[in-house]
Ligand binder design. Structure first.
Ligand code: IVH
Length: 671
């Protein structure tokens, strides 16, 4: 068999395995078999780039990061649906449908789950995916083809053994399974990045990432629900037929759609799913009811915004009642004092809830929230549930409005309220609670990562007066530590070792550890790369700061305010005195060098890079490039028409890699 045939064969196999795994959830081969086929395909494609096609499974993650997406006008507008929240409105919809159809028409509906994701349009020509576009404003959207290709359940080419319309468009919903959503947020929490409020926001954010290599990690998925063609007569006569056709073509179609012969059957479907909703592995926010017959859909037509043949029945957000035991006022590391409701634990939308945010004093007054109240809570767009209202009829007699503190619950100093701010603030820099939270942050996992110096120890040290600022950490004595409760000689030694080790942390961690309001881990990395030192950062002007990618006006302002504070200047001086690295020699300092100590030999013609470019690339990643293969060679990077060097590598058992494979290795390491 020649290479071309083999490529064809492997592509077919991998396409089938992807389909079985990602669409049917019934894999027929193990990962190893799959990986070996993928490797073989990559190797052949590396040697014969002319055999690479856009629908090759190796091309799911490809292309360079983009700065912006191209705008594309939809061939037919992507309409949205009108919403209803109760069954009467649904009965109105049914009446309107019947009024607009010839008298006595027999109407069937299809009930589908309304997936809480992002609408997408997929264009196929001759069975090949040529473009994927976001809904945008319904008239035009963004071309996000490279990102959508990373979704393994999206066919790059549809099944070849079914009859197909020549060119067609598939619309559907890209969504994040609950599990992937939680994993993403866990990671973001660890990195102290803003959490996504819900899977839909996370899906939308993921599709707009500018680098497909990042999108692939997000584990997005698709459900197709709409087939369109230019020549309408190509379509099947009913929506259900078209859904089944989409399935045959290899598209993932949600399995729970149901043909309903009456409105009553549609109600049944809705009631059923309102209950079963929490058991699904993805979020739904309602049910979509569609007229089944396409001929009837055509008669009904659409308004400017939505089709008259379909409607969305939206579920209400789940709500529960519980007792508000107590309101506590928390002092954060920046001095903001926020009220938090402690609740009688209660199950809500899949988790047990025992706290709710109350945001600020205005919110408490507006809703007249009091301790001892029965409150209705729901998880809205936020992670932490909120209190919707108080059940006044259950309010205990003698209850009193909550007192808004005028003094800091930690240090007793008067609290202030800025004009434009709703929040209460403690402006005492020595407030013990603030000091604890600041030092806890400084020593935390994503900051200086000081082993052994956790919350409890920080609190004990602050209470004893041994820590007043984060810099004091570096002047602790063994006897002081060992004298604390539940601390022996050995634990004291361990903590000191952890403290000593943290002095070597890279600059970006130190910047993050300073706890400048609004400056998270990612922003700190960008600042470190740009300024290379805390001193340079402290002198940076507003425009210089704003010129850094990801730093906006508010963040820049916050940095300047922070450094202008003499207490913070003193902190930095003391940190330097303690021996911390406040500068990095160059921005290359903490760049990972995945090829450090490795010797490469390049042979053949590489795709996309000249030899000298490849050499430079390898060298910047810490590797060495030599001209001849020997037993000391670690890798041979082989391109097209590789000759004797490749043979020699094989003879010596040296690992042979393609450029793509090597790039993937680097990316995998950088994560
Ligand atoms: S049909 C013309 N079916 O809900 C028909 N939409 O405002 C258009 N959605 O933008 C949509 N699940 O993003 C349809 N089974 C489903 C759906 C669904 C989710 C989304 C879609 C649309 C929005 C309606």
């Amino acid at each position: 068999m020649d290479e071309k045939q083999r490529v064809q064969e492997i592509k077919e196999l991998l396409r089938r395995y992807d389909y079985e795994y990602y669409v049917l959830a019934q894999p027929s081969v193990d990962d190893y078999t799959y990986d070996m086929l993928m490797k073989e395909l990559e190797a052949i494609e590396a040697a014969h780039p002319e055999l690479i096609t856009a629908d090759s499974p190796t091309q799911r993650v490809s292309g360079q990061p983009v700065k912006s997406f191209e705008t594309v006008v939809h061939s037919r507008p992507m309409l949205s649906l009108s919403n209803t929240y109760n069954q009467n409105e649904l009965a109105d919809f049914d009446r309107r449908v019947r009024e607009n159809l010839p008298p006595g028409s027999y109407v069937e509906y299809v009930a589908e789950l309304k997936i809480d994701g992002v609408a997408i349009s997929l264009l196929y020509e001759q069975g090949m995916l040529v473009r994927a576009v976001t809904r945008g404003d319904g008239i035009q959207g963004d071309d996000i083809t490279a990102n959508v290709k990373t979704i393994r359940s999206v066919p790059l080419r549809v099944a070849t053994d079914v009859s197909l319309p020549k060119n067609f468009e598939v619309r559907g919903e890209v969504y994040l399974p609950k599990q992937s959503f939680e994993a993403i947020n866990r990671k973001r929490q660890e990195e102290e990045e803003a959490l996504f409020a819900n899977p839909r926001n996370a899906a939308a954010g993921s599709l707009k990432l500018q680098d497909a290599r990042l999108v692939v990690q997000r584990k997005l998925a698709l459900f197709a629900y709409y087939l369109l063609t230019d020549a309408e007569e190509e379509l099947k006569p009913s929506h259900v037929d078209n859904l089944n056709w989409l399935k045959e073509m290899g598209f993932p179609v949600n399995p729970y759609f149901r043909l309903c012969r009456s409105l009553a059957e549609a109600f049944e479907f809705i009631n059923e799913w309102e209950v079963k909703r929490p058991d699904l592995p993805y979020e739904i926010d309602g049910v979509v009811i569609k007229v089944n017959t396409l001929a009837q859909q055509k008669i009904l037509g659409a308004t400017a915004k939505s089709p008259r043949w379909a409607i969305a029945y939206k579920f209400k957000a789940e709500q529960v009642e519980t007792l508000l035991r107590k309101v506590v006022w928390q002092v954060g590391r920046t001095g903001a004092v926020t009220p938090v409701a402690e609740l009688e634990p209660v199950a809500l939308a899949g988790t047990t809830v025992s706290r709710a945010t109350l945001h600020n004093p205005d919110e408490i007054e507006r809703k007249d929230i009091r301790e001892g109240d029965t409150v209705v809570i729901e998880k809205g767009g936020d992670i932490i549930p909120k209190i919707i209202r108080v059940q006044l009829e259950n309010r205990p007699t003698g209850s009193r409005p909550l007192a808004i503190p005028s003094k800091c619950p930690s240090c007793g100093q008067p609290l202030t309220r800025m004009e434009e701010e709703a929040a209460l603030r403690c402006s005492n820099p020595n407030c013990p609670e603030q000091v604890m939270r600041r030092i806890e942050h400084f020593a935390g996992r994503n900051a200086m990562d000081i082993e052994g110096l956790g919350t409890a120890l920080v609190e004990a040290l602050v209470e004893k007066g041994l820590l007043k600022t984060a810099a004091d950490i570096y002047f602790l004595h063994k006897e002081e530590l060992a004298a604390l409760e539940r601390m022996g000689d050995k634990s004291a030694d361990n903590v000191l070792a952890g403290i000593e080790k943290s002095k070597e942390q890279p600059l970006h961690r130190l910047i993050f550890a300073l706890g400048i309001p609004f400056i998270g881990a990612t922003a700190s990395k960008m600042l470190s790369k740009t300024f290379h030192s805390v001193w340079a950062l402290s002198r940076a002007k507003q425009e210089e700061l704003e010129a850094v990618e990801g730093i906006g006006a508010k963040m820049a302002e916050s940095i300047r305010t922070w450094f202008a504070n003499p207490l913070n200047q003193a902190l930095i001086n003391k940190l330097e005195h303690a021996g911390l690295q406040l500068e990095e020699e160059s921005n290359d300092m903490d760049r990972p060098l995945p090829f450090a100590g490795k010797t490469f030999v390049i042979t053949g013609t590489l795709p996309r890079m000249s030899r000298s470019e490849a050499t430079e690339w390898i060298e910047t990643l810490g590797g060495k490039v030599s001209s001849s293969v020997s037993s000391k060679t670690d890798f041979v990077l082989a391109g097209e028409n590789a000759g004797s060097k490749l043979d020699k590598a094989r003879k010596l058992g040296v690992v042979v890699v393609g450029l793509k494979e090597l790039e993937e290795k680097v990316n995998a390491k950088e994560e």
